[in-house]
Each structure stands twice: as structure tokens, then as C-alpha cells.
Design a protein around this ligand. Structure first.
Ligand SMILES: Nc1ncnc2c1ncn2[C@@H]1O[C@H](COP(=O)(O)OP(=O)(O)OP(=O)(O)O)[C@@H](O)[C@H]1O
Length: 626
């Protein structure tokens, strides 16, 4: 890692980092230095710094690991930052190691989950330096938080739950991480959350059809001893439950502030993993809840058959713990859960529909409003004002996808009303809905169980979305990156597959395979930078264009596509220039909001013009809170 500067001295002259030049790790030190000459020798600047790699300029060293050196790099126009990991020079001639380096990218791309670091490209810098371009993580590893102080249990649970979800996605694709530890979990600020998880380092991940560990010599054990499951310590059968154990270790460490088996050398730790029982967490810290202790100890069972069998079961148990204390405090065992009263929300729709309604349930995907009177029509779009952190409500939009009649409500033991499915939401709106969901989390589930959901209606809603285009079908937001799009596609696929089970016959059942094919086509279209670029450009979706540029679309390709688009509609360029001129005036006058709006209008007209992107993203970056 880069040593940091104790005072506020000037940035390093070699790499621009926060450390004195003399301590710059990017400098290769001549051999004579190690020979003990008194005279300090001049350091050799890192030749990669300042060079262009693909479409990015290498800016500074981020750190070195066992396989490679990682640099921060920036797109000179869009300003988007990426991390570039170069395989160590000495390893580039070794096909085994190059293969393992590529396996990491392959494993990550197979999964494509928002809580896993995204990999954009994988290439060779001539003559023989391999590198991968990945999402830059501006944050800190979970280990730094654990070392700094005892972590708030609510934060730990949130981190563990995000990890469990990322790992569930990995396991679904046949990938077992095998090196879970707090150092490999980055926490970044995203969508209003201070601890958004990014899991990284799939360098020794096991893929279903191939095993990167097999690339290590026979008998060599891979992993980090403190987190290794017994079967991993003795080179046994590795499967998803191996990751359950490691996540259990992280849960233990987060709860108690220490690991059960440490010190006294690697063989001692490996033996302890095999034979010794961990000290129960409540013996270390009696304030830990019995429920959490039970979950941790179950995850740490020596025999995989005694652990949670998959991440979904582990996550469900952690979720119970998260809800536990309020429930326990509010009611005796067996009594109904306490009812948090949701706020009344303004709900407006077509034909002057306006009500103040209290949702009984809120989740990422939607809201349920108990309502006895006339319900808004199915498939009508409603706007709902949800209370937000700043005091002013944010407006979210959704579609009425289900009516629950009085008869159905009696059968399902719930209230009559309607369900509103929310579309893709911008960050602040999503945060407001998440907060509402958290507020209602201690309430019993009132919507029907998935098997009881009226499948035909849900299917109709998806078919209607399919008619709107690929973004609408996937429920993706224009600003979503490639991992989010892949995740959305998988979610809609899962939903359709579940519906298929409920539709045994009839014309609707035959529509499912067609919709599944449409989902795959939408995912392929939006998942490929080359294809997505033109769709986004035509829609004026400059966010999407920026993602495609960051993913490596070269400027000449971009300009050729732009010329093709302008030849279809030459007015676009003039329109963009008019907005650009207004934006510049507004920016000069210090009217930032107007400047942003004008830049956005310019970009919507001519989204492939990189010269328009530059001032817009510059301004956005200046406004971003650090
Ligand atoms: N995507 C990224 N964004 C920001 N910083 C990163 C990123 N990837 C790696 N780093 C930084 O670079 C350092 C080295 O990363 P790398 O993955 O090579 O290290 P490592 O985890 O020690 O690897 P290994 O397990 O292969 O030894 C990390 O410690 C981290 O600080």
C-alpha cells in the first residue's frame, strides 16, 4: 500500500499520491540502494504514470498485491475513473499465472452483481504486459473499519447481508470465492449509503467448470488461514458452504472485534480450523444477542452439512437477527409483531385520482396500499410522494399491477387494496423507499406469498413493459451501469421462471418462453457497449453513452457513430450548441443548477459529442460531496 503523508505537504512529484517523494512506492529503486551506499540514489519514476492505457490516462499508484499493481486512471474527456491492475511483469511470461489473472476477470463477469467490483476490459499492453480495467473504488476496505473501532452492529449486519447477496449470485453462477476476508470487501459511498459493499479479489475463485486453484501446485493450499473452512484447510471438497464458513468468520470478527483462531503460525491456525471450537461470541462480549451468536456458530460448524446450506439461508437468518431486537423488546414470544405506523403518502393518478394513503408494505420493487374504496385502474401509472431525508418528499412513479379484492383479501388474510410496482428509481428516491421499507420492516408480511400472487396479472405487467423497450422490460434506469443491467435481467428472469411454475396451461403460459427470450435479448443489447451506445444515443441517454465510453468504446468509433446519427438529423448538433452556449453563461454567472440543466439538454441532443461530456462531468465532479 502507499504510505500516506503525515502532514499536508505537497503531493508526491513522481506519482501525485499523498506521500513524500522519498517514500514513493511507484519508484523502482536501483539495485545499488540495497548495497548500502550512503549516498541516496535518485529514484526512477514509474514509466506507466501519465501514459495512456486504452482510453485512460494512468494517474497514480493505488497499491500492490500478490498478482499485480493497481493504478488509478482517468478518461481524459468523460473524467470517469477506473482502476487498472497490471499483472506483475515477472509473471507475464508464465501462462499459468496469466490464465489465473484472466480467470479472475472471467469469474467476476460471469456473476455481474452490483456488490461485486465490475470489470470493464482485459487486454495486453504491448509487448507483453497484461492488465484488467475495473471499476475504481473510492472507499476503504471493511478491514480498516474493523481495525479502527468496534463496528456498529447495524452496519455489520448491513455489510454481511450485502455480501451474502453478492455471494448468492456468485454461487448461482457456479463461482465460489474461497478468499473471503475483510480486506477483500471494499466499502464505498453509493446511492446515499455510506457502506455500499464491493466484493473483490476473485483471484483464487473456483469456477464450476474450472478451478483456478488447480493452477496452484498440488498440495499447495490457497486462501487466508484465519478465514478458511476445515475442508479448505485439508484440500477437501470446496463448495458454496466453504464461503458460508468464511462469511461466518467475518461475522464473528465484526461482532466480537477479534478472530477465534489467530497467531502462533499458519499450521497452528489451520489445525484450529480443523479441530478447535471457536469461543462462543457471547463469552467474548456478553452484549452480543443470543440470536446473532447462534447464527455465527451455525455458519462456523466444522461439517459443511451442519452449516447454512446456502447464502439465501444464511441471509434469512441474518435478516431475522436484524429485525430481532425490536420484536423482542416490543412483544412477548408468540404475540403479534408491533405495528410501526407508516406515514400517509400523497398518491396521484390519471383522471384526477388523488388520495392520502398509508402503505402497509414497502419493498425495493413496490408498495402495497390497503384501500376499501374505488381502486385506481390496473396498469395505470401513479405518482407517490415519499418522505425523504432532507425533509422534502421525493416523487416516485409506479404502475398498479395488482388489485386485491375483499374476497381475495379474506383468503390471503390481508387487507384489500392495490400493489404499485415501482419503476427504476434515481438514487434519492430509492433511498427514500428503502427508508420507508426499513420503517415497516418489523411488520408482518401482508401481501400474498409468491405462490399465491395472481400470476396472470404479473405476467401481463411484464408483457406490457416488454412493449416499451429493453430498459422498460428490465426495469433498468438510464444511468445504470453494466453490472446493474445484468442484475436486473437476472431478476426479471427469476420472476418469469417463478411465474411459469404458476401458469400450468393456457395462452399465457406460452408467453413466458417468448418473454424470457425477450429478456435475454434486452440483456444482450444493453450489456454490450457497442450495441447499447447507439440505442442510448438515439434516446438521448448520455449517462448510458458515458458508461459505454468508460467500457472502452474508442473515440474514433464514437465520432463515426455520431456522424452517422447527425446525418439522420443534423438539427441535433445546432440544438446542442445552443444549450451549450446557455450552459456556459449560466456557469459563469454561478447559476449551477441552470448550467447543469443546459448541459444535460445539450447532451440529450448530441450525446455522442465527447466535447459536450467534458464540461458536464467536470461540473458534476466539482459538485460531488467528498
Ligand atoms: N478497483 C479498485 N479500486 C481502488 N483500489 C483498488 C482496486 N483494486 C485494488 N485496489 C487497491 O490496490 C491494492 C492492491 O490490489 P490487489 O487486488 O492487487 O491486492 P491484494 O488484494 O493484496 O491482492 P492479492 O490477494 O492478489 O495479493 C488493494 O489493496 C487496494 O488498496
Amino acid at each position: 500500500m502507499v504510505p500516506t503523508q503525515a502532514d499536508d505537504g505537497p503531493p508526491c512529484a513522481l506519482c501525485g499520491g499523498d506521500h513524500p517523494r522519498a517514500a514513493c512506492p511507484s519508484a523502482a529503486r536501483p539495485v545499488a540502494h540495497t548495497l548500502g551506499l550512503d549516498e541516496p540514489l535518485p529514484v526512477v519514476p514509474d514509466p506507466l504514470l501519465g501514459t495512456m492505457v486504452g482510453s485512460f490516462r494512468v494517474q497514480r499508484l493505488l497499491g500492490r498485491g500478490g498478482m499485480g499493481t493497481v493504478y488509478l486512471a482517468e478518461h481524459p474527456v468523460i473524467g470517469s475513473k477506473v482502476a487498472i491492475k497490471f499483472l506483475h511483469e515477472s509473471m507475464c511470461a508464465n501462462p499459468e499465472l496469466v490464465g489465473r489473472f484472466y480467470d479472475e476477470a472471467r469469474a467476476v463477469n460471469l456473476i455481474g452483481h452490483e456488490n461485486i467490483v465490475a470489470i470493464f476490459d482485459l487486454a495486453l499492453l504491448p509487448p507483453s504486459r497484461y492488465y484488467i480495467i475495473m471499476e475504481y473504488l473510492d472507499g476503504a476496505p471493511f478491514s480498516a473499519l474493523l481495525r479502527a473501532s468496534r463496528v456498529d452492529p447495524a452496519i455489520s449486519l448491513d455489510v454481511l447481508l450485502q455480501l451474502a447477496d453478492a455471494l448468492r449470485a456468485a454461487h448461482d453462477r457456479g463461482v465460489v470465492h474461497r478468499d473471503l476476508k475483510p480486506e477483500n470487501v471494499f466499502l464505498v459511498r453509493r446511492r446515499g449509503r455510506a457502506h455500499f459493499v464491493k466484493l473483490m479479489d476473485f483471484g483464487i475463485a473456483k469456477l464450476a467448470d474450472r478451478q483456478t486453484g488447480a493452477r496452484t501446485a498440488a498440495g499447495v493450499i490457497v486462501g487466508t488461514p484465519e478465514y478458511m473452512a476445515p475442508e479448505q484447510c485439508e484440500n477437501g471438497r470446496i463448495d458454496r458452504r466453504t464461503d458460508v464458513y468464511a462469511l461466518g468468520m467475518m461475522a464473528y470478527e465484526a461482532a466480537t472485534g477479534r478472530l477465534p483462531f489467530t497467531g502462533q503460525g499458519i499450521p497452528h491456525i489451520l489445525l484450529a480450523q480443523l479441530r478447535q471450537l471457536p469461543r462462543p461470541p457471547r463469552e467474548v462480549d456478553p452484549t452480543i444477542s443470543p440470536a446473532l451468536e447462534a447464527v455465527i456458530l451455525k455458519a462456523l460448524q466444522k461439517d459443511p452439512a451442519d452449516r447454512f446450506q446456502d447464502m439465501a439461508a444464511f441471509a434469512a437468518a441474518l435478516e431475522e437477527v436484524r429485525r430481532g431486537p425490536e420484536r423482542a423488546a416490543a412483544r412477548p414470544p408468540g404475540a403479534p409483531a408491533a405495528r410501526a405506523l407508516a406515514p400517509q403518502l400523497d398518491v396521484a393518478g390519471p383522471g384526477g385520482y388523488h388520495r392520502r394513503l398509508r402503505p402497509s408494505e414497502a419493498a425495493r420493487g413496490g408498495l402495497f396500499f390497503p384501500e376499501e374504496g374505488t381502486l385506481p385502474p390496473l396498469f395505470s401509472r401513479l405518482a407517490v410522494d415519499v418522505p425523504a431525508a432532507g425533509g422534502r418528499p421525493v416523487r416516485v412513479e409506479g404502475e398498479v399491477v395488482r388489485h386485491v379484492s375483499a374476497a381475495e383479501a379474506a383468503r390471503w388474510q390481508m387487507q384489500p387494496g392495490f400493489a404499485l410496482q415501482l419503476g427504476a428509481l434515481p438514487g434519492d428516491a430509492q433511498a427514500a423507499v428503502d427508508a420507508l421499507a426499513a420503517q415497516l420492516a418489523s411488520r408482518p408480511a401482508l401481501t400474498p406469498q409468491p405462490t399465491e400472487v395472481p400470476a396472470p396479472l404479473a405476467l401481463d405487467a411484464i408483457a406490457k413493459r416488454a412493449a416499451g423497450g429493453p430498459y422498460e422490460l428490465l426495469g433498468a434506469r438510464p444511468e445504470d451501469g453494466f453490472p446493474e443491467i445484468r442484475e436486473r435481467a437476472r431478476a426479471v428472469r427469476r420472476q418469469l421462471e417463478a411465474l411459469q411454475q404458476n401458469l400450468t396451461s393456457g395462452t399465457r403460459a406460452t408467453r413466458v418462453p417468448i418473454l424470457l427470450a425477450q429478456v435475454d435479448a434486452a440483456a444482450a443489447l444493453l450489456g454490450s457497449p457497442g450495441e447499447r451506445l447507439m440505442l442510448d444515443a438515439r434516446r438521448g441517454n448520455f449517462h448510458g453513452v458515458a458508461h459505454c465510453v468508460t467500457a472502452g468504446t474508442p473515440p474514433p468509433v464514437l465520432e463515426a457513430r455520431r456522424q452517422a446519427m447527425l446525418s439522420e438529423d443534423p438539427r441535433r448538433a445546432d440544438e446542442a450548441q445552443r444549450h451549450l452556449a446557455r450552459a456556459r453563461v449560466a456557469e459563469k454567472l454561478g447559476n449551477v443548477a441552470a448550467a447543469l440543466a443546459e448541459y444535460e439538454a445539450a447532451l440529450r441532443s448530441d450525446p455522442l459529442d465527447l466535447e459536450l461530456h467534458r464540461p458536464y462531468w467536470d461540473l458534476r465532479r466539482r459538485l460531488e460531496p467528498r
